[in-house]
Design a protein around this ligand. Structure first.
Ligand SMILES: [Zn+2]
Length: 284
């Protein structure tokens, strides 16, 4: 099949850039791209991604292309192009409920962010921003674990924390009472101290603890009497109460690492990936 290309978008510095105003028609394609990412088998090629062994996309510095009928008919970036951009690392290419929830939260005036102290800023019904900044490593080593709460960047981080609380942490408090965040936000200096060989990889390496595209925390649920895996399974089983992407258990620890993001996969992960730099050093 022949590739049709369009200059309505281009691939530059690892980001898909639209060169035309974004219309509802394009937003619809960004929304449908999520399903392409989760359902289609794919293979990364020299200049794009191949879906379903036949749908070839192309992401080039001056244009994008795809073999599909939609691209041929409309000459607008299709859902496959947005899906390919997301697979190649531009997570903002997808439009989804998580992105929308974060944007909504960032624009809500009642979530006050104008004051300077982290204990004045609410992250959830049961949590303050200060709960997310505590780090025993930061205390021991005298490192700051801080970001500018008043910047757009800071508002984005807090908005991710809001969604994490709305979907998971606040409902957990409703069921179990007070829970503790043992690791929330992981700032650059604390990250570099924890993973000295991987320091260049912050924020990406901090995963959900970087609160950029996703939100996550290590939590201790004091009232739970069983082991971590049975707790994870309990949370997973109550899908009417809890929405999350993953719960990760640590070896020999009651602490859970939990995360929300654009996917609500409700996964339980008990193994660390071998190719993740933190796999041998990560401890709760
Ligand atoms: Zn296409």
């Amino acid at each position: 099949m022949k590739i049709t290309t369009t200059e309505a978008a281009k691939w530059q510095d690892g980001k898909l850039v639209l060169t035309i105003p974004e219309t509802d028609e394009i937003r619809g394609r960004r929304y449908r791209a999520k399903q392409v990412v989760s359902d289609y088998p794919h293979q990364v090629t020299d200049d794009g991604v191949l879906f379903n062994t036949k749908l070839q996309t192309q992401l080039l510095p001056d244009k994008v292309g795809c073999v599909c009928q939609d691209m041929k008919n409309r000459q607008l970036p299709c859902k496959h192009v947005f899906a390919a951009a997301s697979i190649l690392g531009d997570l903002s290419a997808l439009l989804d409920e998580f992105t929308q929830a974060v944007a909504r939260s960032a624009s809500e005036p009642h979530r006050k962010r104008s004051r300077l102290r982290p204990q004045d800023i609410r992250a959830g019904r049961f949590f303050l921003l200060s709960d997310f900044l505590f780090s025993d490593t930061a205390l021991k080593e005298g490192l700051p674990n801080w970001f500018d709460f008043n910047s757009d960047y800071g508002h984005g981080i807090i908005a991710c924390m809001n969604v994490l609380c709305d979907r998971l942490l606040d409902p957990l408090c409703d069921e179990f009472g007070r829970i503790s965040i043992t690791r929330g936000y992981l700032g650059e200096q604390v990250y570099a101290r924890l993973y000295p060989r991987d320091r260049a990889n912050w924020v990406k390496g901090a995963l959900a603890h970087g609160f950029q595209e996703t939100g996550g925390a290590d939590i201790c649920i004091h009232a739970w009497q069983g082991d971590a895996l049975s707790l994870a399974k309990h949370i997973q089983s109550k899908s009417d109460c809890y929405q999350f992407d993953f719960i990760r258990t640590y070896p020999e620890s009651s602490i859970l690492c939990v995360g929300v993001g654009r996917f609500k996969n409700s996964r339980i992960i008990t193994e660390w990936h071998n190719n993740f730099a933190g796999s041998t050093t990560h401890r709760p």
